[in-house]
Design a protein around this ligand. Structure first.
Ligand code: AHR
Length: 524
C-alpha cells in the first residue's frame, strides 16, 4: 500500500468556467502487485437509539401499517441488504453508557429516558432480540457496545452470558423463554464509548482499569466462537488529533504491549466527525461551493489523524494486531430547521457522497491498520444511508457510494499512483482527483476514481500494469449541484448511472464528470 503516491501538483484551475476543457490526470495501476486486504468491516454502520435512528428508522412495531417483519420495516431491510452491511454498532454512542439491557428483553418493557438525545422517552421495545433479528434479516455481524459509564461489569457479563451461552443457565433459559433457544453470535464487543467525554469523563488510567476488568469478565460463551471466530474486543481510543488524545492512544497501547494473560484487546476506536467547528453550523442543504470546499478540506484531515494514531500504535504493536477502528465518522451539520436539535437530523447531498468516497479511500490506503469503521449513522441521523418519513423511504447519495463500493469489500488492494492535480476555491486548494484500486476474490480489478472539482470534468488515463484490458465499465454518481439531495418528493436526483471507459493501446480513458464518484471494473 505504501507504494501509493499522490503528488499534489499545483495546477492552475479556472474556477469560473464550468464548461472549460477537462484536465487530464494519469493514473498508474500495478495489477501485478498485491497490498493489504480492504476489510469489509470498514463499511460498517452505526445505529444508536437517537432520534429516529432505531425507532421509525428500523423498528415500527408489529402493529404498524408500514410493511414489516416482526416489527422491522421491510423497505429498510431490503435497501440495507443491497449494500451488504458487514456489521452494525449498537445501541450507541453516548446512549450505550446509559443503556440497561434488561429493560429491553421480555414481555414487559419498561419505559426509561434518553437524556443524551432530546430527553425523550425510550420505550425499550427495540431491545436485544429485536436488534439481533434485524441483523439476521440484513445478514450483518453484531458490534455490541457495553455500558461502562453507568453500568457494571456484572451487568455486561450477564448480557453476554444471556446472549451467548449454550449451557442451561438461568439466563439461557430466560433467553429461550424470550424466543431464542440457540445462542447468539456476537462478533465484536465495544468496551465503553468516548469514555473521555460522554462516557464518564475518565482519565486514560481510570479507563484502563475498567477496560482490563471488562475485557476479563465480559465473556462470549458461544461454543462456535471459542477456537475460531472469537469475539473481538474494541477499546475506547482517541477522539481527535489533540495532544490529550495522543496521550490516550499512548496509554492504552502501552498497556496493551505490557498486558497480562488475563486481558486483551483487538481494536482501538477512533472517533472523528467532519464538523469544522462546534456546535455544528454548516448547512446540510442550501449551500454553495465555499461550504463544499471547506467541508471537504476538513474531511481530508482524516488522513493525518489516522497516520498520527497509527504511528503511536506501531510503536507498541508493530505487527499491527490491534486494528484502528474508526467507529464514528461522517459529516455532522446543523440540525434541519424545524427538527428536534437532539435528533441530529440532516440532509445528505452530493457533497456527502464525495466526502464518503474520500474517507473510504483513506481507510483503504491504511488497510493494514484500519480494518473496521462505522459511519455515523445508518438511518435518519447525521450522515445517513437512508431517510424515512412514516411509510416513505429515500436512499441518500451516501447510500449509493456504499452500494458502488460493495466490490471493494474484502478485496485486495492494488498499488495506484497518480498526480492528483489541484482544485482551488478561494483560499482552499484540494487534491482534484482521488483513486484506489483492488482485486476482488475472483481476481477482477476494480477502480474507484473521484473528481472533487465541482466545475470541471477530468480526463482520466489509466495505465494498467500486469493486465491487458478488453473493456471497462461501471457506475458514476454525480448531481446537478454540490448540494443536490434526494428528497421524499424527488427521490432520484442523485443516483448512479452507467459509465464505460475506452480501451486504447492497453490503457483506459474516461471522462469523470464534475463532483463525481466512479467505480469501474476491468475485463481482460
Ligand atoms: O453519533 C452521535 C454521538 O457522537 C455519539 O453518541 C457519540 O459517541 C458521539 O459523540
Amino acid at each position: 500500500m505504501r507504494a501509493l503516491l499522490v503528488c499534489f501538483a499545483l495546477i492552475t484551475v479556472t474556477l469560473t468556467a464550468p464548461f472549460a476543457a477537462a484536465q487530464k490526470i494519469e493514473v498508474s495501476v500495478d495489477a501485478s502487485k498485491a497490498g493489504a486486504k480492504i476489510d469489509r468491516h470498514i463499511f460498517g454502520q452505526f445505529a444508536e437509539h437517537l432520534g429516529h435512528g432505531a425507532y421509525e428508522g428500523i423498528w415500527v412495531g408489529t402493529g404498524s401499517a408500514i410493511p414489516n417483519t416482526r416489527g422491522i420495516r421491510n423497505d429498510v431491510v431490503g435497501a440495507l441488504k443491497t449494500i451488504k452491511v458487514p456489521n452494525v454498532r449498537w445501541p450507541g454512542g453516548c446512549f450505550a453508557d446509559e443503556y440497561h439491557w434488561r429493560k429491553g428483553v421480555g414481555p414487559q418493557r419498561s419505559e426509561t429516558l434518553n437524556p443524551n438525545w432530546g430527553g425523550v422517552i425510550e420505550p425499550n421495545t427495540f431491545g436485544t432480540h429485536e436488534f439481533m433479528d434485524f441483523l439476521d434479516q440484513i445478514n450483518a455481524e453484531v458490534y455490541l457496545s457495553v455500558n461502562v459509564g453507568s453500568g457494571t461489569v456484572q451487568e455486561a457479563a450477564e448480557w453476554l452470558e444471556y446472549l451467548t451461552t449454550a449451557q442451561p443457565t438461568a439466563l439461557a433459559k430466560e433467553r429461550a423463554a424470550n424466543g431464542h433457544p440457540a445462542p447468539y453470535r456476537v462478533a465484536f464487543l465495544g468496551i465503553g464509548n468516548e469514555s473521555w467525554d460522554c462516557g464518564g469523563n475518565m482519565t486514560a488510567d481510570y479507563y484502563l482499569s475498567q477496560l482490563k476488568i471488562y475485557s476479563r469478565f465480559v465473556r462470549n460463551f458461544n461454543p462456535a466462537q471459542q477456537d475460531k471466530q472469537q469475539m473481538l474486543k474494541i477499546a475506547v481510543g482517541p477522539g481527535g488529533g489533540e495532544p490529550r488524545f495522543a496521550e490516550w492512544t499512548e496509554a492504552v497501547m502501552k498497556a496493551y504491549q505490557n498486558r497480562q494473560w488475563s486481558w486483551d484487546i483487538n481494536g482501538l476506536s477512533l472517533h472523528s466527525y467532519t464538523v469544522v467547528r462546534w456546535p455544528p453550523a454548516f448547512k446540510s442543504v442550501g449551500f454553495g461551493e465555499a461550504e463544499y470546499s471547506q467541508i471537504l478540506k476538513a474531511t481530508l484531515e482524516m488522513e493525518g489523524l489516522i497516520s498520527k494514531h497509527s504511528a503511536i500504535m506501531d510503536k507498541y504493536d508493530p505487527q499491527k494486531k490491534v486494528a484502528l477502528v474508526v467507529d464514528e465518522w461522517g459529516a455532522w451539520y446543523a440540525p434541519l430547521p424545524g427538527s428536534n436539535p437532539g435528533f441530529l437530523v440532516q440532509q445528505n447531498s452530493q457533497r456527502d457522497a464525495i466526502l464518503a468516497a474520500l474517507n473510504l479511500n483513506i481507510f483503504a490506503r491504511h488497510a493494514d491498520r484500519v480494518r473496521f469503521a462505522n459511519i455515523a449513522q445508518m438511518i435518519n441521523v447525521l450522515q445517513a444511508m437512508i431517510l424515512t418519513d412514516k411509510e416513505r423511504m429515500v436512499l441518500t447519495p451516501t447510500y449509493y457510494v456504499y452500494k458502488m463500493y460493495v466490490p471493494f469489500q474484502d478485496a485486495t488492494s492494488v498499488p495506484v499512483s497518480f498526480n492528483a492535480g489541484a482544485y482551488t476555491h478561494g483560499d482552499i486548494t484540494l487534491p482534484r482527483a482521488d483513486a484506489i484500486a483492488a482485486k476482488d476474490k475472483a481476481g477482477k480489478l476494480w477502480l474507484e476514481l473521484t473528481n472533487v472539482d465541482p466545475n470541471q470534468p477530468v480526463d482520466i488515463e489509466v495505465n494498467l500494469i500486469g493486465i491487458t484490458p478488453k473493456s471497462a465499465a461501471g457506475e458514476t454518481l454525480t448531481a446537478p449541484k454540490v448540494d443536490s439531495v434526494n428528497s421524499f418528493e424527488v427521490p432520484n436526483t442523485v443516483v448512479p448511472k452507467r459509465i464505460s471507459a475506452k480501451v486504447q493501446g492497453g490503457k483506459l480513458a474516461l471522462k469523470l464528470e464534475p463532483k463525481s464518484v466512479t467505480v469501474i471494473s476491468v475485463e481482460q
